[in-house]
Design a protein around this ligand. Structure first.
Ligand code: T1G
Length: 712
């Protein structure tokens, strides 16, 4: 192969242009390389470089075809999300792609790694596509509140048909190269060196004299699309899409692809794409994209710490939480041993795990083969000596300090040096647990959320002595098992439950002041929560919280307002869904409002001398959100959370806060921090010290600033 020196097309100053598009000739084929580390996101440099390269290709008499490939072992992960909401310097991606399609010489896209969003759209505008089996091809824009805006909704249906394109774009889920070949997105798989394979493919089509295959001109796959698929998709997903804009726009655009000529469909795509780009939910969802990644960055953990993947795990306790945690490891390909001292407890736990997998298989979310493989990674033992070589152990036994301390003393004796010693406590002091061991630097909280195999959040809690290395490794293993980790400091309730306590308290007071549980739940669901607070409590069971309140009664400050509603409900033996009655009454899982509970609440108000008033839904939403924000600001101010966006990540991934609203702290910025502070001050005057405004919030507003990032 002849390899002429790299010819970087662009000579713009480095600080303006980080990306480069490289053009060189190898074996008589032009090789155009898109290079914008780490993921080759499409910025102005890529757009312009691509356009120029296509022009150069036409004029280059030494070549008859081109291969388009990505640097950094990946193709292109889409448009540069950092540029959203800003005016984009020309050319547009659409211009570059139109030039590609119009090229008189065939262009072959060579795909590896991430070929996502605008990255796949570039590939679709090539005349042919080759890929490695493991490449990931998809249009994930929907999760950012937008949709493909560079022809993806028009070209993909022309390769795979309307129904499959609709599925792919609405789910946002990528397919691998093998599947892409089967679907018709990719023309050939390359085994071995991708560039060499792509060059060979390009030379082959030239030698064969194959006519150019221009995706936008293909009609056969869309010609006979069943018109019912569009209305059906909406009907099927209406509940899931409540409050969302982009899925509806995607349906509209794919329908246009199947019914209109390409140019008209593309014009419609661009129009609705711009509507989604301009929507507040796009802003919230792209904020969440970066917030999730930011949460992984811990100031005292070196950025270059790249821990080796965990290869084995152990879980202490085969209860609901322990089982779910073990499933998370097994699902990620990590062998896991579950330990219980009693064989019956192990058997019951394993039976529960098998039941959970069987349900996933019957729902179609897991295949039988996957289930067998995953179950094969789970083993059980009653002997601590059997788990000593695990890279990580997560304790999930009964929530009691003495019991947990006993477990950690034993773990200290058996676990290999350097193992991560995690505790799944949701309420206990990490330091008290860590300090019974001789290696408190290796002990860390790993607060999973139920059901642990499903819920994305892991709140990792650092103790006073937890080492930065263990923190970095715990954040990494959390990601390895598909979770979204957030790091919290050690305080009562950590981040999530501390805010939940404040928000639950205000909901209880709202009941006494005039609201009903169903009014509060409906108002919160109207804001976008999948489930209101009282439905959530009923589902989780009311008795555990009641027992904790009974224990804490001796320490309670009797001068503080206290709502007895929850206690009175438990006194009636109503422990929630599991007893058929709680705040609601139940038939199976179906909740209905209960006049008996309304009467109970009215009586509590009368007993407390509170005159009931009409509470509006708006007041409910504002009061709940303001108290979340105020508590969140205290948590950041105290250093329990590293940054405000970590609170948003906690709430979106662990507590059902609607993602398209971006989390409570983001919500506050959108309302105006000054306006939220004014509300908090008004509640402080009316409700007392529970509402004392957070110093951090006071400071930011006093400085005339409008963002949490402005805190110094
Ligand atoms: N733009 C800007 N930065 C990006 C980016 C993007 N598209 N994708 C990733 N990054 C950054 C990320 O912030 C992080 O930075 C680093 O890259 C590594 O990412 C025209 C309009 C590709 C599967 O939605 O899903 O195309 O934190 O930590 O786990 O119609 O990133 O290191 O500073 O996530 O290996 C559509 C988004 C865009 C894909 C890699 N594309 N990215 O995951 O690493 S819209 C997407 C991802 C679009 C067109 C439309 C993932 C990944 P930092 P990472 P990873």
């Amino acid at each position: 192969m002849q390899t002429p020196p790299a010819g970087t097309l662009r000579a713009a100053p480095e600080e303006i242009l980080v990306s480069t598009v490289d053009y060189r000739v190898i074996d008589g084929v032009a090789v155009i390389t898109l290079n914008n580390p780490p993921v080759n996101a499409i910025d102005q440099g890529i757009r312009a470089g691509l356009l120029e390269s296509v022009g150069r290709l036409a004029a280059d008499d030494s070549v008859k075809s081109a291969v388009l490939i990505g640097a950094n072992d990946t193709f292109v992960a889409g448009a540069d999300i950092k540029e959203f909401g800003k005016p984009l310097p020309p050319p547009t991606t659409i211009e570059s792609l139109s030039a590609m399609e119009a090229s008189p010489k065939p262009i072959v896209a060579a795909l590896a790694g991430n070929t996502l969003g605008g990255g796949l759209e570039i590939a679709l505008a090539a005349h042919w596509r080759v890929a490695v089996a493991k490449a990931k091809l998809g249009l994930p824009e929907v999760s950012l509140g937008i949709m493909p805006g560079a022809g993806g909704t028009q070209r993909l249906p022309r390769l795979v048909g309307g129904a499959k394109a609709l599925d792919m774009i609405l789910s946002g889920t990528p397919v691998n190269g093998t599947k892409a070949l089967e679907l018709g997105i990719v023309d050939e798989l390359v085994d071995g060196d991708l560039l060499a394979g792509a060059i060979a493919f390009a030379r082959k089509i030239v030698a064969e004299g194959r006519p150019l295959r221009v995706t936008s001109q293909l009609q056969d796959k869309v010609a006979n699309t069943d018109p019912a698929i569009f209305a059906d998709a909406i009907k099927k997903n209406e509940k899931k899409w409540k409050g969302l804009l982009s899925p509806y726009k995607i349906v509209e655009a794919v329908q246009a692809a199947c019914t209109l000529p390409f140019a008209e469909g593309a014009a419609l795509e661009l129009k609705v794409y711009r509507e989604t780009q301009a929507s507040p939910q796009r802003k919230a969802l792209t904020y969440m994209f970066f917030a999730e990644r930011e949460a992984a960055k811990i100031p005292d953990v070196p950025r270059d710490l790249k821990p080796a993947p965990v290869k084995s795990a152990a879980v202490i306790g085969a209860g609901t939480m322990g089982g779910g945690i073990a499933m998370s490891f097994a699902n990620a390909g990590i062998p896991v041993k579950i330990l219980e001292l009693k064989q019956e407890a192990l058997d019951a736990g394993l039976a529960r795990i098998k039941g959970n997998y069987a349900t996933s298989v019957s729902r179609g979310s897991t295949t039988q083969a996957q289930m067998d493989e995953r179950l094969g990674r789970i083993s059980t033992t009653t002997d601590y000596a059997q788990i000593g070589d695990a890279d990580i152990v997560v304790e999930a036994v009964f929530e009691n300090m003495e019991i947990k301390q006993g477990v950690f003393k034993t773990l200290d004796g058996v676990m290999k040096q350097g193992a991560i010693l995690g505790t799944n406590t949701s309420t206990l002091d990490i330091d008290q647990i860590a300090n019974v061991t001789k290696r408190p630097q290796d002990v860390i909280g790993m607060h999973f959320f139920s059901p642990a195999n499903v819920m994305k959040l892991v709140e990792n809690v650092r103790g006073a002595k937890t080492s930065p290395e263990i923190i970095g490794r715990t954040m990494a293993v959390s990601k390895q098992i598909g979770k979204v980790p957030v790091l919290a400091g050690n305080c009562d309730g950590f981040i999530g439950n501390r805010i939940l306590a404040a928000y639950g308290r205000e909901c209880d007071f709202l009941l006494e002041e005039g609201a009903t549980p169903w009014q509060i739940d409906t108002a919160l669901q109207g804001f976008g929560f999948p489930m209101g607070l009282f439905l959530m409590r009923d589902m989780a069971g009311l008795d555990v919280g009641w027992r904790i309140r009974q224990y804490r009664e001796q320490f309670r400050d009797k001068n503080q307002r206290y709502s007895p509603v929850g206690d009175r409900i438990c006194e009636l033996g109503r422990y929630g869904q599991k007893t058929g009655a709680g705040y609601y009454k139940y038939e199976g899982r179906n909740a209905t409002p209960d006049p008996e509970i309304e009467a109970l609440i009215v009586k509590v108000s009368a007993d407390l001398g509170i005159e009931r008033r009409k509470v509006s839904d708006e007041e409910i939403v504002w009061r709940v959100l303001s108290v979340m924000v105020n508590e969140g600001a205290k948590i950041v101010g105290e250093g329990i959370a590293i940054r405000a966006s970590d609170i948003d990540v906690t709430y979106v991934f662990g507590y059902g806060f609607p993602r398209h609203q971006g989390g409570p702290m983001f919500w506050a910025e959108q309302q105006g921090l000054d306006k939220v502070l004014a509300k908090i001050r008004a509640y402080h005057a009316e409700q007392g010290d529970n509402w004392k405004p957070a110093e951090l919030l006071e400071k930011i507003v006093a400085a005339g600033k409008s963002s949490w990032k402005d805190a110094v």
